[in-house]
Design a protein around this ligand. Sequence first.
Ligand SMILES: Nc1ncnc2c1ncn2[C@@H]1O[C@H](COP(=O)(O)OP(=O)(O)OP(=O)(O)O)[C@@H](O)[C@H]1O
Ligand SMILES: [Mg+2]
Length: 331
Amino acid sequence: MRPLDFLGSIKLKLGVVIVAAVGVTVVVVLLGERAGLSPIVTGLAAAALALALVQVLAHGMTYPLREMAVAARAMARGEYGRRVTESSLDEVGELGRAFNRMAADLAEVDRVRRDLVANVSHELRTPLGALRAMLENLVDGVEPSDAASLDAMLQHVERLGNLVEQLLELSKLESGAVPLARAPVGVGALLDRVAAEWRPSTQARGIRLELEVDPPDLVLQADGARVHQVLANLVANAVRHSPDGGRVVVRARARSGAVALEVLDEGPGIPQAEAERVFERFYRSDQARSGDGGAGLGLAIARWIVELHDGTIRTEERTPHGCRMIVELPT
Ligand SMILES: Nc1ncnc2c1ncn2[C@@H]1O[C@H](COP(=O)(O)OP(=O)(O)OP(=O)(O)O)[C@@H](O)[C@H]1O
Ligand SMILES: [Mg+2]
């Protein structure tokens, strides 16, 4: 039982405890005098009763502080599951609530870190395992070292290289070590450059890559290389998920105080339920996971870049099917 939990301040609680102790002392002394007891006996009795009362009333006032000390030591050992009692309404209770929130946040950070390590190891292990198997076959002479098998190995090495590069990129973005070189960027020319990189692979699959810039002389105040990277990621996804012979549109429009960049495709689209999750590191839909897609870092990187520009990125489903990625950057 914590009789003073309802009081909202430590000062008030201490006041109540002092007044109660003094009151008890006075009452005991008066009663003792009336009963004709010696002052020493009444004095001792009054002190004992006052102490007992303080024990009852002050019970639990500092308990959360001791709990916090224990929990903090547990946290230092990597245990984030402990919580402290937060029933009191005073400053100690407030501290307890803040402590519990901090513990929950730290637990989440720790979980994300573990997931990241697990994901990274998994992503590295897959191509490494494949490479190793291929090399073993070559060494054992089970497979000839012809152009095809060397090319397959090269692809695994490239995938590993890309993954390491993306991870470095993401960690640089997250640590805030990427200064933005903002300057006026001609949107039309930027889209042309992105499209030029993708033309060979889209043409090979009969995909039409169309650009729309309205107004044609649209200018954006941003880090051109970073915005290029965002668009390249979005176009890569659109092309990857597009059916052969489909249409991918990259559109830029002026909005009030912003420029909206959209990438549209006619692939299966992203279901509403996954619309937020696709921007998480390593998130891939099950379908993409089974294929030979990327690691699931492209959109996480894109979101970081957009947010560094104080912009937003989101996805919408298209009818009858397809994906629309919308980036809004303030001008
Ligand atoms: N245009 C799209 N159409 C359908 N699904 C998409 C589209 N763009 C992204 N997705 C889904 O979102 C997931 C995450 O995309 P993201 O770009 O982050 O990773 P990735 O393309 O799989 O790999 P990476 O970009 O690292 O090479 C994809 O795996 C896919 O499931
Ligand atoms: Mg991608």
